[in-house]
Design a protein around this ligand. Sequence first.
Ligand code: GLC
Ligand code: CA
Length: 549
Amino acid sequence: MERTRWYKDKVFYQVWPRSFKDGNGDGLGDLLGVYEKLDYIKDLGCDGIWFSPIYPSPGADCGYDISDYMDIAPEFGGMEAFREVLEGAHDRGMKIVMDLVVNHTSDEHEWFQKSRQRIDPYTDYYIWRPDPGNGKLPNNWDSNFEGKAWTYDEVRGEYYLHLFAVKQPDLNMDNPKVREEVKRILRFWLDLGVDGFREDVITYISKKEGLPDDHLFPIYKGMPQYNHGPHVHEYLAEFKRDVLDHYDCFTIAEAPLVTPKQALTYIREDDGQLDMMIQFQCMCADCLFSDYLPTKFHLRKLKRAFSNWQYRLKGQAWNSLYIENHDHPRIVSRYGSEQFREESAKMLAVMYLFQQGTPFVYQGQEIGMTNWRPESPDMYEDVQTRYNYAHSNLKKSPEQRLQAMWRASRDSARTLMQWDSSENAGFTTGKPWFYVNGNYKQINVAAQEGDPDSVLNFYRKAIRLRKSLSCIRHGEYREHFPHSGKVYMYSMTEEMEKTLVVCSFSEKPLRYRAPKGFDLDSAELALGNYAQPIKNTLHPYECKVYLWK
Ligand code: GLC
Ligand code: CA
């Protein structure tokens, strides 16, 4: 099957289904709700949708703990609703990408239930170790979410490995039968017509032989022993050869801490096993490795991250571009400014949308949603947030502890989508499963629809402009004035067409000049976020897209 690499011309919208739109009034977002909003997504200029998991799941990690890979959860509308959404999307020229979560399953998956009872062929589907005794664990690894990475199972009388929550046991990918299961899952969805997969923490699937202790990492202990493990390339190549190569589909892999150099070993176009990677460096301009280790925001770090990926992948592999998803707090509250919310939301859009790669927009990002501020820690739902709250900042005041969660929690960006100013932001007619951000009366889709200067209409314009420019798809990226700590400036240059993007990250007005070879007087100012732009001056959080053609 010839691979057309259609994903290079797409802009994806990420749906986190629980909070997107409730279609049947039971308080939980669902596929009926998505179906109603297909035109909204399309009008935004997005022609692909990535669904966070919609499979049956006990919900210990909001769907990332799957108990049946070949079905759609009844609360989301089941298979029937999914088929309608798939067809509705395809009719509109949109692609559908599913989340493939195969590093781990739910502990309620039939495989795990049988494995703990040593019923074949499931006995070795997971990573079991005998009890070393004396209160010791099989090794010193941490889980990413809930303390140590091992939990004792009374039924089997052994420990199982879980790199995430206790209810997310890791699969034993070294077992060829498990890899056959993965291939069955891939084929099942591809045969149904889905167009690709976002592969959850896929760089973790091969653990170092013997599961040795880790003496390198002070936190997330164990990561060097399972991230980019010994057989990861081999297993991914097997999935590609046996399944993916037979469809014109695409894959995007979530890859914590990956560098461009490592990424190229996975996604080089001539010999890669995958098509794109979700890197985390662009999410670490105000933290170290994790949102839970906050630092001040450093624009230079952000620019270095984006530029590095642009330069290093050029001509060899394809970037994915994002500034928000369901695992991070809202970008306006992080890299932008809630005080200059509209300006900074628009500026951040321009900052990443005019680079080379396939952009992703996370629900609510397009209206400039901000971090949710709960009144009490009990209101948090997310397993990672709850654990972190209970175990960190213990000496700080209650306000400081809540503030730390506001800054880091995934729930900051998982509140209900703000559709209008009616009760519960128009998300549901029933009792919602989760909270709505108190600012929904000001910030919502309906209010922004009719306002030509809204963040929403700005996103529409920006995406339309991006799609009309060949230099974004084919041109050469170059960063200018990389030492500036206030302005991010880059150009995309093709023979007959070039752009210069100028973004201010300052709350104060600034002066700037164009780099050599860019004569602003001969350019068209194709997009900006101020009604009255002034030459060589930037208002707070102003952005400008200059175009020559
Ligand atoms: C990925 C997902 C995240 C999930 C975790 C475990 O990081 O994006 O939401 O909790 O994997 O599956
Ligand atoms: Ca519902």
